[in-house]
Design a protein around this ligand. Sequence first.
Ligand code: HEM
Length: 209
Amino acid sequence: MSHLIWVKPAVFIACLLPLARLIWLGYTDDLGANPIEVITRSTGTWTLVFLLITLCVTPLRKIMGWGWLIDLRRMLGLFAFFYVCLHFTTYIWLDQFFDLHSVYKDIIKRPFITVGFASFVLLIPLAVTSNDAMVRRLGVKRWRQLHRLVYIIASGGVVHYLWLVKKDITQPLIYGLILALLLGYRLLVAFPKWNLRRFFRQPLPFLRK
Ligand code: HEM
């Protein structure tokens, strides 16, 4: 589509805005009393947001008929990877000062770090195989199977968030609900026989005589 000529660069620039904001806040000394925490939280949040935005592409294409969105999916997925790399780098560099033994202990001992790390590692093969040459090498079927890992990765991201918050779990629950809707849509498409419309038209099982 012709409008993609400007949509793609515009989305690319928009995707860089969270990073630009952090750089600006750093430059103006506005990152607050705990800059490392602000950077870790911001990059973590944007990783999750980009994962969810990437997962929105297929439902929007199918429901709204916006087929052109497919051309943005790869870029959005790669931005999720870009932000998780920044997130991980902030943690390993500014939080742990490259003390690999302490990082290892953290991964083993703190469940939220274990899940976050697993999600990060699983995202690497998806980023590496995101180009056309890799799609051809793997074959579309195997490529699609591999890229279904994103469902596990996004779920891991939500669990990671849920396990790290101490009191108010509203935010991770909102992300979890959005993810549940996006995965639920895929289940309905994969199993059309479940036919929910028919299910809801029938009286509930315990009301049937
Ligand atoms: C796909 C992978 C990941 C996602 C989606 C993700 C997402 C998040 C989110 C949403 C937050 C909370 C932001 C907030 O408080 O507003 C967060 C915080 C954090 N993440 Fe991750 N993360 C991932 C991987 C990792 C990895 C690999 C590590 C380190 C090994 C890590 C370490 C942390 C730490 C230390 C925090 C801050 C905890 C705190 O403030 O107490 N994350 N992450």
